[in-house]
Design a protein around this ligand. Sequence first.
Ligand code: WTA
Length: 707
Amino acid sequence: MAREQEAQGAQVSEAQIAVHWREEEYYHPPARFIGQANAADPAIFERFSEEHFPECFKEYADLLTWDAYWHTTLDASKPPFWKWFVGGRLNASYNCVDRHLATSRNKAALIWVPEPETEDTQAITYQELYKRVNEFAALLRGLGRVKVGDRMTFHLPMVPELPVSMLACARLGVIHSEVFGGFSGAACGDRIADSGSRILVTMDGYCRNGELIDHKAKADQAVAAARERGVEVEKVLVWRRHPGRYASKSPMVAGRDFFVDELLKDYRGQEVKPVSMPAEAPLFLMYTSGTTARPKGCQHSTGGYLAYVAGTSKYYQDIHPEDTYWCFADIGWITGHSYIVYGPLALGTTSVMYEGAPTYPDPGRPWRIAERLGVNIFHTAPTTIRMLRKLGPDEPKKYDYHFKHMTTVGEPIEPDVWRWYHSVVGKGEAVIVDTWWQTENGGFLGSTLPALKPMKPGSCGPGVLGIYPVIYDENRNVVEAGSGRAGNICIRNPWPGIFQTIWGQPERFVQIYYEKYCRDKDSKDWRDWPYLAGDGAVQAADGYFRILGRIDDVINVAGHRLGTKELESASITVEEIAEAAAVPVMDELRGRAVEMYVSLKPGLAPSKDIEDKVAKAIEAQIGKIARPKNVWIVPDMPKTRSGKIMRRVIAGISNFADVGDTTTLSNPEVVEGIRHHVQGEKLSRGQVPRELSPQEMEEIKAFGRAE
Ligand code: WTA
């Protein structure tokens, strides 16, 4: 009650986001974890303090093997185009593969778990990875068309051929651009065109939810889409999921399409010397936010990026060479690039990859994998955690695995879900890091250092080593820690993992990330160029940040700016609810009203009673102002490749507006069912829509971060 009054009373200005979270309790890392941690001495905070910036990052760069050492740690003379480790030369493929041969030739670099349980797990040693990478690099070179700095697009699923292809490109100095395998051919074609790739590397099929999916068909659509945008793909290289056996119905185009397993026969045993690249040469592009505007190809560097992911993997993932580390994410997402491939392999550890769906053939699957392989570090996203909690809440208990460390990444985690992760998945034994960062960032920005700081459910923690965040309000004032007010989280300094630019769109890079808080655009001092992350956040008195979600995800109800995550966390406290998404709906009286979409735990039937409970929970935890106009119980939410709910699509449905492009959804088929149900019900409730103004239409389209 007291909290409700507080929320009602907490009138906030347009520039602020109302915050109603309560402070959560601390959890302390187990002594056993602290005893073995890579970072267990608090002196590390001093080493990375602002006073030692930027030289502190030498510690990360020294984890790598350099062909030539750098002379300048940070060249900030052309803000915001930072250059790290200038003068240094290295090769990423050499660092992730060759240099481990001397000590770890026979150790598994990758353990690949195919989705069908009837297929054997493949352990690929560093020696074998070396061979595969070299042979594929030789093949690419043999095509006679690839040179340093060229771009090459991959549209590959979660198979070992993906890291092999990445590392082969890196070996040659070719910039790879992996498009998430679940994306449509059209989305892939757009990214091929944007990056100007002439070669597409794909696979005939892959296993997902018990089916062998025809993937090559998408390559034909991609080539056609790229052609429409004036870029001609010359070669399509097709790996086969089962070499020798073609799984697709799509015909191979003579002179354009080639089976990689057939071509490779000519390259057996060939070696390619790693090309020594300048530290600031681009290593790869990773596209983000591609549906409402031109996709943004985030360009990542070789030296700075690799140093940053190696350093954060060591201290924040606590990876030791003998650990078995499993990041359960897709390599088509930045998390997979940094924390399945480049970070763990740079450290010479064993990185597990899984091909399929989390709950195939049943929700015990991840824990069987963990038990069988002896995984002791586990890394995944809240969406997967929620799904496993929904479908198999008691499964972890049935398996004998022990995690020392777990990660959550990708969106704010509801404290209730965090507690389930900790007690059930982690069996109370594992330390958790909640890592906040972005495709643009290369590696973590906010997290606790696992042995040295307590955990707090729902908060990512302070800025990571060498990252100095600040929260600004709309008027450029600093929002102080402990003030209870939220604002725009920014990073005051450059760091080695930051992307270099948006491929081909440098003005947009400056405008989106730097313009808003730049103090003087002629200044050559990095201190005048804070990086705008685009997330709302609040900082508690202890210095921990709680991320509210994208700034665009705020719902303004009669002048109260409500964070979607708060509404969703409140909904999830209702026992029956598995997942929740909040969207705005145009409202004559209040400007915008809140509308909730929820899905239920299995075996439960939708009921008016559950809808009421959700509305009550929101009213009690946030305030009357937030009471949803409708609560829609749906079987599943439209989601992106990384499992984020695509709020823009359901916001479109709620407002009888265009749902926009759905080709980048992982489950586009759910959209029609939701639309039919929600719009039919609205009409029968007499909620006849009024026509939206063009501006309102834009707002709905932009709602949520489009992937
Ligand atoms: C959100 C993912 C809260 C945030 C690596 C960010 C998070 C966007 C967290 C980037 C977290 C990511 N807590 N929010 N631990 N991690 N986000 O580019 O809104 O797919 O801006 O990169 O996800 O998503 P992206």
